[in-house]
Design a protein around this ligand. Sequence first.
Ligand code: FRU
Length: 495
Amino acid sequence: MMISETLQRARDYEKTNFPLVAEQLPKFHVTGGVGWINDPNGFAPFQGEYHLFYQYHPYETKWGPMHWGHVKTRDFIHWERLPAAMAPDEAYDKDGCFSGGAVEMPDGRHLLMYTGVRTVIGENGENQTFQTQCIAIGDGVNYEKYAGNPVIGTDVIPEGGNTTDFRDPQIWREDGRYYVAVGNRLNAGSSTVLLFQSEDAVHWEFVSKLATCQHPRSNMWECPNFFQLGEEHVLLVSPQDMMAVLPEFHPGNSNLCVMGTYDRESHQLCQERMQSIDYGLDFYAPQTLEALDGRRIMIGWMQNWETSGHVPSGQRFTGQMTIPRELTIRNGRLCQNPVRELENCRCRKVSHQNAMITGETVLEGVRGRFLDLTVTVRPEEGGSLFNWFQIDVARDEDHQTSIRFIPDDNVIRIDRTQSGLPWDIVNVREFPVREDHGRLKLRLILDRYSLEIFVNDGEQAATSIFYTPLEAKDIVFTCKGTARVDMEQYDLEVD
Ligand code: FRU
């Protein structure tokens, strides 16, 4: 198989630089190993393992001509690094191999589908960009781009669809056919997801507008991901330029889960409910797969476009993925919890039952930076409801990231203002929780540079990165009023 000069250069660069950057990386969250990453791509099983690609610019810690980086895993915790899979090396993708998906072909080959980006200077002297859908086929390490690319051009976009913003194909097989869902901005504003089908992944025909944005205030839906979950169908999208609809949706590059019924005749999703996927500061462009045991597992980019330009000096990578999360629907809501395999990494248990928290309280043995910590909080029996209850993590004299539960307002507020970031970016996020008279269960997953919060067994998730020195390891509970907690802490070890 021919490896282009552009791809070979990336692979050579990785070989030299991966070992140099290794000691900076998080313990169990995927990064590119060196350089910049954004969206997860091609997250799918292949030959008994799970492959994950990502938007990747190895040479700098900022976005650049997009390659596809590559890792794989058997358990969603231990990831093996593979050489970069694709580079922008053809006329039709010279300005980037943008996001897309992957599927195992019936003959055992691995098919990648992505958006090829080509920008040219138009007659009026202005840049004109074309986004078309392309394929590459390989063996799980090396991929050859199809000679007839692109396989879906802009000519098939239905009237009213924008011919520039047409990207991020999600490919899957069903009933012996390939299907692909592609995001398309509408010229009149807002967005749609277009569905195409094919017998051979080369010749595609338009099927339907799978779903059109009914959210009053969002723009282009990036990175659609459509799947069945239990009795329902779910569409995850990442809207650009969203106006805030508080408390549910934050502004900017937001994230949205649409649930409903899929009409298999018209191939349209009847949209019944909407919610945020993740309520934190750093979450975008998630993809899901069906694991070999039937679980639906999601992974997202643990970063925020608006703040992604801020990288601590000396750090040679930027962008991480969330912990992979198991999805379910409970009481009509999308729920998510860390993959159960994470529990195999638990060691050194510390627990406290019915501990009283009033003012600032430190519980014996509760401390650390690589943690799986579950806290159940409730008011003192017979006592009055506390005003707020707070957990500070990654704390020392100068640093802390805090999670404050305010039962009267039914909200949690994450605040990383003092986490050590020297930038006045968005550092505080507040989100709604289902509150039960001051009772709430929180599970916190801490890695080197991140905090993921799962509320009430996954009813809400909220994710935030921070860059706090590793020595800041204290965990402090504070209550305005009096609360009681049961808690369990494990260190997380990944060999
Ligand atoms: C989403 C996104 C995608 C695009 C990719 C480019 O974060 O903007 O729509 O394919 O990033 O890197």
